[in-house]
Design a protein around this ligand. Sequence first.
Ligand SMILES: [Zn+2]
Length: 410
Amino acid sequence: MARQAIAEDRLLARLNEHGAIGATADGGVCRLALSDADRAGRDRLVAWMRELGLAVQIDAIGNIFGTRAGTEPGAAPVMVGSHIDTVANGGRYDGNYGVLAGLEVLRRLDEDGVHTRRPIVVAAFTNEEGVRYQPDMLGSLVHAGGLALQDALDTVGSDGTRLGDELRRIGYAGELPVGSIRPHAYVELHIEQGPVLEAEAAAIGAVADLQGISWQEIVIRGQSNHAGTTPMRLRHDAGHAAAAVAVFVRELALRLGAGQVATVGRLELQPGLINVIASQATLTVDLRNSDEDRLRQAEAELQAFLQRLAEQEGVTITARRLARFEPVVFDPRLLRLIEAAAAGRGLATRRMTSGAGHDAQMLARICPAAMIFVPSAGGLSHNPREHTSAAELAQGASVLLDVVRRLAAE
Ligand SMILES: [Zn+2]
């Protein structure tokens, strides 16, 4: 196998040092967007960018950009990056890998004395995970013009805080107007977060497209009553109706097939007592498909089911959209560049669909964009046991280096 250009130990040292910020007892990381831990992670990143001599800019939604100058002033930059916020029980690699590998790519260019025509930007986008503030991928969405800055700043989080206030509190409400940097191309390196590459012994995933995402919150209102004395036929049971929704979406996904997935990930019942019929249920439904027509069909079938269910059970049901993103097709030319770079390093590649949302899907709205995946051990992610070997991490970063060099010379 060809030698990798990015040194394993240096990349791993950065990932480990950064993963120690917000570290949890079980070996994971908790850096929710705009929390104190996120601030500490941002501070570390900015310090590293300055060490590399990058010009650091923070925009008004807190996205961080570190720019290495090109030889031609004014040329649109090549952008790499991802995010450094995590879910509550996250791992060390999701997001952080793409950002910190970007730094290692620039360090390698410096050491090789390479001066590129185009500037190269390493970006870290705000609130990719969408745990504390929705929608997810918020920072890159604002950058791409898909969400107005003021609406994003006014977003109220799951803990009742206003995003703009928290951004100011941690010192990352920057001066750069959002969307100022329009890249020549964007390439995001990321762990797969699924089992496909490992199962097929492929080192590099060339991500051809990305699933569309539909998130809804469904509130079911029935009537609480005595669990012993209320006859079954007289019940308006919000708990039963919620369970029926969970069963329906699973059967819907299996029936539609062709990559449709469906999940009820949160379900709360009130009053939540053993001997009381639930008066209210609040649940979420996550629907995904890489085919927009089928995703719309899934949404429509769910909507029709909710109407039937409300009549049958004598409950009221309201659905509120939390997020909706259409499927994305990545740039075919960038895909071929990624495959050629991997082949040049003797690495097996596989074209694939991303089942998770990523900042690259937002950047794809304003420039050619693509993603490089590396294997996730056991397919695990959003989990403290998330793992990719140092060798695999270095392989992905080396492919990123080759692709960036090529694009920055254009
Ligand atoms: Zn991620």
